[in-house]
Design a binder for this molecule. Structure first.
Ligand code: SAH
Length: 248
């Protein structure tokens, strides 16, 4: 999959893209991430990319011409999906990451200042994506978050093919707890079942803890999750255990 990130701060993206999983995925040719500096498409002597808002007010607005020129400089066929990172966009979720992972190409526009001239939206943007209900100084972190979450879902990017499938949200639930050595630390031990070698029991424990965490931390996710009769049984047990600890 090919990602194009359009930004005024390509240098803010490079270190993260080179590190660890994303770096390896690019070396292996599983993904390609191209950074385009929007400033390279400014047309005046001063390479201006922002200007004061019509109507007055605080802050600057990213100009339409350099952004559209940057978009038009990208290979055009077949036309890639163009997304804008914006706090007003559709909240980014694992389900959206999975949908984007099915594309061959994705173009991501990072805003800065007060945001972009509205006409870029009208002319080119297919979708706006938000990282959450907060405002950052630029779209670079959100864009990297999208590239990261989407890349993890591309076959081969993660070492174990199954690791992404077990992640939180992939089946609508939060993930179970993890432990690694040592077996005891400051009096805290590892649940016995995990060292039992009984794979069926381990799977059952993990599923139950996954359900327990989701019930405790994000109960609303259970409404949407795909639960089978075995899950319902585990939830019944969990509710019983909770009632024992917190009667009434
Ligand atoms: N004035 C704008 C915010 C501008 S923040 C507003 O009120 O909506 C500058 C840029 O940072 C935005 O153009 C966007 O690209 C990016 N950005 C900030 N917060 C974001 C978020 N939560 N999700 C995605 N992008 C965000």
């Amino acid at each position: 999959m090919i990602f194009d990130i359009l930004t005024l701060l390509p240098e803010a993206c490079t270190a993260y893209l080179k590190a660890s999983i994303l770096g390896r995925a690019q070396k292996a040719g599983l993904i390609e991430v191209r950074l385009t500096n929007i400033r390279d498409f400014a047309f005046d002597r001063h390479r201006t990319v922002d200007d004061a808002p019509y109507g007055g007010g605080n802050g600057m607005v990213m100009k339409v011409e350099p952004l559209v020129a940057a978009l038009e400089s990208l290979p055009g066929q077949p036309r890639p999906r163009i997304v804008l990172m914006a706090p007003q966009g559709q909240p980014f979720t694992q389900a959206l990451a999975a949908e984007l992972a099915g594309l061959d190409r994705l173009v991501i526009i990072c805003g800065r200042y007060e945001g972009i001239d509205e006409r870029v939206r009208q002319l080119a943007v297919d979708q706006e994506i938000s990282l959450g209900d907060f405002v950052l100084s630029g779209g670079e972190l959100p864009a990297l978050a999208v590239v990261d979450a989407v890349s993890r879902l591309i076959p081969g990017v993660l070492g174990g093919e199954c690791s992404a499938a077990a992640d939180s949200f992939s089946d609508g639930l939060l993930e179970h707890p993890h432990y690694t050595r040592p077996p005891e630390f400051r009096g805290l031990t590892v649940p016995e079942v995990l060292t039992s070698g009984n794979h069926a029991a381990i799977e059952r424990w993990r599923r139950k803890e996954s359900l327990r965490r989701t019930l405790r931390k994000r109960p609303e996710l259970l409404q949407q999750a795909c639960l089978d009769p075995e899950d319902e049984k585990l939830l019944f047990e969990i509710r019983g255990e909770i009632a024992e600890i917190e009667p009434g």
